[in-house]
Design a protein around this ligand. Sequence first.
Ligand code: HEC
Ligand code: HEC
Length: 150
Amino acid sequence: MNKSIRLALMLLAATGVASMQYSLAGDVVSLRGHAAPDEETKAPPQKPWRKDGEPLPRDYVQQPPLIPHKIKGYKINLKFNKCLTCHSWANYREAGATKISQTHFEDRDKNVLANVSARRYFCTQCHVPQANAKPLVDNTFKPIEAISGK
Ligand code: HEC
Ligand code: HEC
């Protein structure tokens, strides 16, 4: 087959797949509604956060644990990280909080640093609190046996 014909066929197949996925996702409405990316929309109403409580069960081994408490007003910026005032190795005992694990001291080349690695500094990139919200898309995910014990 001629190179350009093959390329055209590949492109056709790819757009076919893309439009199929688009139509499958057609009835999923994001929190912004069906607005164009550059269109300004009203912020959706805030969901009530779950009350502060015990740590939440994890669903898979590598999961960043969910935050079992409110974090409203907790600032994380260049000079200050509210989370570390309770979760750092220096402060966790007094706060009664879980200390950040050793993985949070590793840079991307696995060098172990003396302080929290820059890639783990913005805690809420990975850790999020929970609200009782209806899932946007249904799924049938179940935790593996190693975690659920079932
Ligand atoms: C005022 C102290 C305090 C601050 C500030 C704080 N936490 Fe916590 N955090 C706690 C305590 C206490 C627990 C519960 C520990 C327990 O019950 O085992 C906890 C639990 C957690 C857990 C669950 C750990 C697990 O093993 O499941 C995560 C994740 C977490 N916090 C992340 C954060 C993040 C991210 C921030 C900043 C946005 C933050 N926390 C700010 C005190 C704090
Ligand atoms: C890049 C993603 C990422 C960022 C950013 C991050 N974490 Fe984590 N965190 C994880 C993952 C994944 C785990 C579970 C595996 C592990 O311990 O590394 C975890 C585990 C934890 C735990 C539980 C430790 C344990 O021993 O059970 C705490 C507490 C925690 N993180 C707090 C924080 C705080 C506070 C920050 C900000 C300073 C932060 N994390 C930033 C991904 C992240």
